[in-house]
Design a protein around this ligand. Structure first.
Ligand SMILES: Cc1cc2nc3c(=O)[nH]c(=O)nc-3n(C[C@H](O)[C@H](O)[C@H](O)COP(=O)(O)OP(=O)(O)OC[C@H]3O[C@@H](n4cnc5c(N)ncnc54)[C@H](O)[C@@H]3O)c2cc1C
Length: 463
């Protein structure tokens, strides 16, 4: 059946879609127990008698940074698209995690600046903030409470085959090697997953890798929240490249424990905010006054940095020689420039793909092409948003999509108008928040309105 991107995306992102549990699997094994693996396990619990998560880090690593998730300390916000799907998988999730310490950021609690200009309120949808470890911990608690899901601490070392199908994995734990047999294996081992090498080693085809080098430097600080601090839970300031300075963007958001996380990002040799002094200097010189106010608060922990070299996707949908009984989710398939905050929401949408695939009671003896066709819609949408914006950066030089000059012009019109116009702002936000498919912006009425808004704002700003 043909997959139509816009309607498929609408189905996958629909939080009120009901699921009919069907036991099509005896056992399912999830490799990696981070956000994508946990959400896949939640979906599998509706379709497998038993689900095993194999994660190399200890589950009780708590709020400390886990080795397996080097980005764990950096600022993370859960976009509305992902949050609504978490409600689908765990009804009552938002209210419960807020009670546990996470912070809601409805439209009125968010401030966004583009090149120093405050953006109008667009989408009314709510985001969620909390440290990544906290958010992941909340999801893990719910997944491991499911009666047919369990987790072990072990390092997956290879996949095992039986004819044309994956039949399990081998893993190491406390110096011992074992094999786990399984009816379905899910790769959720993140960006550094070695599944492609394992497939190639056994004579299968490696999924083609597409990369866009972005060379991004992140620094995140944890700061005490103090009396007189700004109201609102998310403050984001982005620069389009027209303005100078060390940072390309900064954000602070409220997290559990009455604290702020403040992030600064810079490209190539620009590495802003790596010391308390530099954080304060850049906040003062390059961002609206509330950034300096918060940067001056007590630093609770040392500032931690992260380098994101590239956005990358592994196109499983293009593989012609693919074994059956294997799927992949989350960053193992596609990881984007983190500035756009798409990772956890993409993982939630991949879980929706898995749900739709298993609800269709697929022929498991054949490769999971129907799953990868659904997932491609989600990856294409997220890739379009993040790489489309990154191509406008002076140091990023492709790969360019077909018709790029026209796409860029349209994109510039809409993003410029979204700063001033509530209707365009709402539509633009709904796409970047992963609620709507990007094609919802490609309607003639939207473009015509954006052009009119931009002409009007140019006319108004004439001396
Ligand atoms: C700097 C930065 C900021 C980000 N900010 C945001 C944000 O604001 N919002 C957002 O939604 N997303 C954000 N993301 C993306 C987000 O972190 C990921 O998309 C999200 O964690 C889902 O990833 P995952 O579960 O696929 O992989 P990961 O989180 O990378 O987890 C992979 C898991 O697999 C395990 N593993 C790996 N190999 C093995 C093995 N051999 N055996 C057993 N276990 C193994 C690891 O230990 C780990 O637990 C950001 C990313 C970065 C880099």
């Amino acid at each position: 059946m043909a997959v139509v991107p816009a309607s498929t995306f609408a189905r996958l992102s629909n939080p009120s879609r009901s699921t009919t549990p069907s036991m099509v699997l005896g056992t399912a094994t999830v490799l990696g127990g981070s956000v994508a693996g946990l959400l896949a396990a939640r979906v599998l619990s509706d379709h497998a008698a038993s689900v095993l998560i194999i994660e190399r880090d200890e589950p009780d690593a708590g709020d400390d940074q886990r080795n397996g998730v080097p980005q764990g300390f950096q600022i993370h916000a859960l976009l509305p698209g992902g949050l609504s799907l978490l409600e689908r998988w765990f009804p009552g999730f938002t209210e419960q995690v807020i009670a546990a310490g996470a912070c809601a950021a409805p439209a009125t609690a968010r401030r966004t600046y583009i090149d120093g200009v405050r953006k109008v309120i667009g989408s009314a949808a709510t985001m969620l903030t909390g440290s990544r470890a906290f958010l992941e911990g909340q999801i893990r608690e719910r997944v491991l409470a499911l009666p047919n899901v369990k987790a072990i601490t072990a390092r997956v070392t290879d996949v095992v085959f039986d004819g044309d199908a994956v039949s399990g994995v081998s893993y190491e734990s406390s110096g011992m090697s074992s094999v786990e047999r399984s009816d379905l294996v899910i790769d959720a081992m993140g960006k550094s997953s070695r599944m492609a090498e394992w497939l190639e080693k056994k004579g299968w085809e490696r999924p083609p890798l597409r990369r866009m080098v972005v060379d991004l430097n992140y620094a995140t600080a944890v700061l005490r929240r103090e009396e007189g601090d700004p109201a609102g839970n998310i403050h984001l300031a982005l620069k389009s490249g027209k303005t100078s300075g060390d940072a390309s963007g900064a954000m602070f958001c409220r997290i559990e424990g009455d604290r702020w996380l403040m992030m600064m990002a810079g490209y190539q040799d620009r590495k802003p905010g790596r010391t308390a002094e530099d954080l304060l200097r850049v906040a003062r010189q390059e961002f609206p006054p509330e950034f300096e106010l918060v940067a001056d608060n007590e630093l609770v922990e040392e500032i931690r940095t992260y380098r994101h070299a590239d956005s990358r996707r592994r196109d499983y949908h293009l593989v012609s020689k693919l074994p059956a009984r294997l799927v992949a989710v989350g960053d193992a398939v596609a990881a984007f420039n983190p500035v756009y905050g798409q990772g956890m929401s993409s993982a939630a949408l991949h879980a929706s793909c898995l749900s739709e695939y298993l609800c269709s009671e697929p022929e498991l003896a054949k490769p999971a092409r129907a799953f990868f066709a659904l997932q491609r819609v989600v990856v294409d949408a997220a890739w379009d948003i993040s790489t489309g914006a990154d191509l406008a950066l002076p140091h990023v030089d492709g790969p360019y999509p077909r018709g790029y000059p026209v796409l860029r012009w349209v994109r510039n019109q809409i993003s410029a108008a979204s700063v001033y116009d509530r209707e365009i702002g709402r539509r633009f936000d709904e796409v970047t928040y992963m609620i709507q498919h990007p094609s919802s912006l490609a309607r003639p009425g939207v473009l015509a309105r954006a052009i009119a808004v931009n002409l009007w704002s140019k006319f108004r700003s004439r001396p």
